[in-house]
Each structure stands twice: as structure tokens, then as C-alpha cells.
Write a protein that binds this ligand. Structure first.
Ligand code: ASN
Ligand code: ZN
Ligand code: CA
Length: 333
């Protein structure tokens, strides 16, 4: 049978109508994105183990935008993986999670009312629950970017998932999940500095995390302190998330895509942003050539300064902004 790369159409839960890379295998289509390393999207149908069943469809039109249609979560997951693949390839010249052109895979409908998503090195795959009451799958675009970035971090710096290095690992996922969300420029899911703003994980409409002022979630750290290595990695990530916001956008009040942010600095000194594209380039270079498994916040400061010097020069405004943004979150020399 003739097999080929196709472009299907999906009605997603969170990102509107999207195009999907699919495969024609004679009479039916599958959610196998041959153009992006063969990334498969599978249905666990509430199981908690196994590869799941590759989604197939007769007419290459997938999902209906609601959680009651089994394909819909698959549409979002496949779209998120494709956008993340394209982001890394186009912006950072990285072909896939390992940089070897090989795709991972995504599993949806994990367990029953499971309110989380996760990456696993062991299967080279990411997995999504269906959320509370099986009504809000965790397959939001920035969550997909977050989980896939865990794979990139594992295969580059290898930041250990505890203590300060764990906070940096988590922040790396929030940073590139967010950078990808902005880059993808989807009119139904515009870029913001929030994580998980559409999955309503708390049932009150609030996002999971905030990068402009991480403590808005009630737990995350805005600034470094000696206990930073002792809190959950999803809270110590706040320090680097806040750094990234300040470096990109600067301190104080700013409106981006219709949302007003107000980012404070620890010392009250103003930070001038360099834009998110340069900030992401600096973080990516630091992640892939400076950070190590046990890099802590001081090491992250050193690594990003080295990256900024290599990219823009040691006397550049970009280099100065990196130093100022770290000072703004209480990470000093
Ligand atoms: N969604 C979470 C994360 O990616 C799962 C976890 O805690 N590992 O961080
Ligand atoms: Zn994570
Ligand atoms: Ca977001």
C-alpha cells in the first residue's frame, strides 16, 4: 500500500482548528507525523501503562473541539508536539529532542480524571491525563512544550531533578514552553507568561504558574534565598522564570497581547528587557553548552553570562541585561 505524509485537519480543545501531520496507510489515516521524526500520538483509553493505540481516522479530519470526542485530546497533543518540534528546529536549529531527527511519541487519556502530564526518559514519550472529571485534558500547547523540553534538558545539561538544579530543570521547561507558545502565534492561544492558563487546574480559572511574578500562585519563589534548594522544584523554578521574564520584557508594568504584567525586582532597581527571542537564545546556549547536571543558581548566572558574551559580546547591552535580571531575582556574583 502507498504510504505518505499528509496534512490532516484537527479541531482542538485549546488551539482552534489546526493542521496535523498524518500518515496515509491505505484506506485510513494515522496520527503519525512522518515529517517530524515519525512522532506518534496514541490513545491509552484510561490505561496507565503500555504504548497505547495509534489514533486512526477514515477522512483525516480529527476531533471536534470537545473532550467528549476521544480524538480531541489527541489533536491538541499532536499539535503541541509538532509546534514544539518546529520551534526547536526553526529557532534553535535543533532537530528533535536528542537533535538526531527522531521523534518521540505522545499518549493521551492516561488513567481516570488524572490531573497532570509528564515526560519519561524511559519510553522517550510524554503522557497526558484528562483532568478533573475527564473534562479538561492536560494537552494545552505550553504544557506540551514544557513536557517535551524535559526531554531536551535530559539530553543536554541533564539537570538533576532536585534542589536548585531541579528548579532550573523545571524553569527550562516553562521558559521554552512559553517561548514556543509565543512563537507559534496561534490566534486561539496567544502567547503569555503564564503556564497552563487554559486547563483550569484549580477550578477557578487561574493558571498553574506565573512567570512575571511567580509568587502569585501562593507557593513559587520570586527571588533566590538560601532555602531555594529545599522547596519543590516547581516552586524554585520561579526564580529562573522571573529572571527570564525580566530579561525578556523588563521590570514594571507592560501590556503584551492584551495582558497586563507587573514584574517587580528584588532590589527595586529597574531592568530593561532585551526581548524574548534574545533571552531564549541565551538560555538555549547556556542549557546546551554551559549547564551541567548539578548546576545551581549561581552556576546558571555564570552560564547565561558566558552564553550572552558568546552571542552578543561582553560589553553588549544583552550581557548587562543578564547581570541586571539576575540581580533582580537576588542571584549575585
Ligand atoms: N507535569 C509535571 C512536570 O512536568 C510532572 C512532574 O511533576 N514531573 O513537572
Ligand atoms: Zn516539569
Ligand atoms: Ca501560556
Amino acid at each position: 500500500q502507498w504510504q505518505g505524509v499528509h496534512t490532516g485537519t484537527g479541531k482542538s480543545m485549546y488551539s482552534g482548528t489546526v493542521q496535523l501531520g498524518t500518515t496515509n496507510s491505505g484506506g485510513s489515516y494515522s496520527l503519525r507525523d512522518a515529517g517530524r521524526g515519525g512522532h506518534d500520538t496514541t490513545n491509552l483509553n484510561r490505561a496507565q501503562s503500555g504504548r497505547g493505540t495509534l489514533f486512526t481516522d477514515a477522512d483525516d479530519t480529527w476531533g471536534d473541539g470537545t473532550a467528549s470526542n476521544t480524538q480531541t485530546a489527541g489533536v491538541d497533543a499532536a499539535y503541541g508536539a509538532a509546534e514544539t518540534w518546529d520551534y526547536y528546529k526553526t529557532v534553535h536549529g535543533r532537530s528533535g529532542i536528542r537533535g538526531d531527527g527522531v521523534g518521540a511519541y505522545s499518549r493521551v487519556h492516561y488513567g481516570n480524571s488524572y490531573v497532570n502530564a509528564f515526560w519519561e526518559d524511559s519510553c522517550f514519550c510524554m503522557t497526558y491525563g484528562d483532568g478533573s472529571g475527564n473534562s479538561k485534558p492536560l494537552t494545552e500547547l505550553d504544557v506540551a512544550g514544557h513536557e517535551m523540553t524535559h526531554g531536551v534538558t535530559s539530553n543536554t545539561a541533564g539537570l538533576i531533578y532536585e534542589g536548585e538544579s531541579g528548579g532550573l530543570n523545571e524553569a527550562t521547561s516553562d521558559i521554552f514552553g512559553t517561548a514556543m507558545e509565543f512563537w507559534s502565534n496561534n490566534p486561539s492561544d496567544v502567547g503569555d507568561y503564564f503556564i497552563g492558563e487554559k486547563i483550569d487546574i484549580f477550578g477557578n480559572g487561574q493558571p498553574l504558574r506565573y512567570m512575571d511574578k511567580p509568587s502569585k500562585d501562593g507557593n513559587s519563589l520570586d527571588n533566590w534565598s538560601p532555602n531555594a534548594g529545599g522547596v519543590d522544584v516547581h516552586y524554585s523554578s520561579g526564580i529562573a522564570n522571573h529572571f527570564f521574564y525580566l530579561l525578556s520584557e523588563g521590570s514594571g508594568s507592560k501590556v503584551i497581547n492584551g495582558t497586563t504584567y507587573n514584574s517587580p525586582t528584588a532590589d527595586g532597581k529597574a531592568v530593561t528587557g532585551i526581548g524574548r527571542d534574545k533571552a531564549a537564545a541565551i538560555w538555549y546556549k547556556a542549557l546546551t553548552s554551559e549547564f551541567r547536571a548539578n548546576t545551581d543558581y549561581k552556576g546558571a548566572r555564570d552560564g547565561t553570562l558566558k552564553a550572552a558574551a558568546a552571542l552578543y559580546g561582553q560589553t553588549s547591552p544583552e550581557y548587562t541585561a543578564v547581570a541586571n535580571a539576575w540581580a533582580g531575582v537576588k542571584v549575585g556574583s
